[in-house]
Write a protein that binds this ligand. Structure first.
Ligand code: NAD
Ligand code: TDX
Length: 340
């Protein structure tokens, strides 16, 4: 697989994947990214121009998509609106990019007979009780909670329908919560790290008991590469690294690693419809495709991530004030709604 089109490659996981593939394959990569607020050109700086091109454009653009797709051997589809809090305040763009954008790509890979790998999330399965011994598997029924996860579930179902009805050459993966370099400051871990670096208090939603199953973005990349090499057409693979921790525990680790007191944060109002717990069983990927995660020590991974944000202030500082202002607006909108 020589020529790869990576949608959303200027975002967090897409950029990590591009760096991974440049280092661990001989693929030539084109990134198609509309450069939304979540994208950052600096995440792709320094890549060899013989092997890497960035095209600014929208996956909903039929003409552009049909020009680019046939020039490639595979499309790896990361592009999406990805933040749950935003989806609660302005869901329209989530349906447009995540559902209609995926539809445009599906039609293009069908007509041009190009392989597709669709990137999705464990959030399509809804949530688990804290004491549930079950984890999500490839056969767990879909039960999304938020506009974001419903839009991702919709896109997954479109991919499955295009496999069955049109025989497209596609695979899917649903991954747990990622962390690592290049993650936008709106997301939980970078928000807390960059708040501490900016002299602002970290903010914990609800009672902090919600559990997320953390995986380093590099492990997500190696899993996707393995699926590209050996995944079976039409199959879904779950990606996770057994990293379940409560939000309170993760924040506690960040505070400790950054030399702060354990209670040096603020409790804030809970997210509407907040999923309680996600947990992935990645047995199929491990046993059938022989994939193993490498970065499973969360404390070490968080330490390295904190160092990265310390050393890359110019990467995140322009977005920080804007993001905190957006959170303030969302909160006051929520308060006004609840008062009326
Ligand atoms: P991100 O928000 O950091 O990046 C998304 C990228 O997609 C941005 O660069 C944005 O500009 C681009 N994009 C959005 N709409 C587009 C459009 N219409 N046309 C072209 N480009 C567009 O997201 P991320 O965290 O890197 O997530 C990438 C993918 O992985 C998403 O599909 C997401 O659902 C999935 N995922 C994320 C996580 C996680 O923990 N972040 C976990 C599992 C799955
Ligand atoms: O300031 C915060 N305080 C807080 O307690 C923020 C931003 C979040 N939280 C909580 C909410 C969640 O329980 O932290 C947890 C993680 O929140 P997010 O980073 O917003 O991630 P989540 O909602 O779990 O979704 C993420 O993982 C699955 C990605 O954003 C999705 O794109 C992916 O599909």
């Amino acid at each position: 697989m020589k020529r790869i089109l990576v949608t959303g490659g200027a975002g967090f996981i897409g950029a990590n994947f591009v760096h991974h593939m440049i280092a661990h394959s001989d693929a030539e990569i084109t990134v198609l990214d509309k450069m939304s607020y979540a994208a950052n050109r600096a995440s792709l700086e320094g890549l060899d121009p013989k092997r890497f091109t960035l095209v600014q454009g929208d996956i909903c653009d039929y003409v552009l998509v049909n020009e680019l797709v046939p020039q490639h051997d595979a499309v790896i589809h990361f592009a999406a609106e990805t933040h749950n809090d935003n989806s609660l305040h302005d869901p329209r763009i989530f349906l447009k990019s995540n559902v209609m954008g995926t539809f445009e790509l599906l039609e293009a890979v069908r007509h041009h007979e190009v392989r597709l790998h669709h990137i999705s999330t464990d959030e399509v399965y809804g949530d688990l009780e804290l004491d549930d011994p079950q984890r999500f598997t490839e056969t767990t029924p879909y039960q999304p909670s938020s506009p974001y996860s419903a839009s991702k579930a919709s896109s997954d179902l479109l991919v499955k329908a295009w496999v069955r009805s049109f025989g497209i050459e596609a695979t899917l993966s649903n991954c747990s919560n990622n962390y690592g370099p290049f993650q936008h400051v709106e997301k939980f871990i970078p928000r807390q790290i960059t708040s501490i670096l900016s002299g602002l208090p970290p903010k914990l939603y609800g009672n902090g008991a919600n559990v997320r199953d953390w995986i380093h973005a590099s492990d997500h990349s190696s899993a996707v590469q393995r699926i590209l090499e050996a995944g079976e057409r039409g199959r879904t693979y779950l990606i996770g690294a057994d990293g379940e921790r409560s939000n309170r525990e993760v924040l506690g680790l960040i505070l400790e690693l950054m030399g702060r007191d354990a209670d040096d944060f603020e409790w804030v109002a809970d997210r509407a419809g907040h999923d309680l717990r996600y947990a992935i069983d990645a047995t199929v990927l491990r046993e059938e495709l022989g994939w193993r995660p490498q970065y499973t020590d969360l404390e070490r991974g968080l330490g390295a991530t904190i160092d990265w944000y310390r050393q890359h202030r110019s990467w995140w500082e322009p977005a920080k004030a804007r993001t905190e202002e957006r959170y303030r607006r969302q909160l006051s909108g929520e308060e006004a709604r609840m008062a009326s």
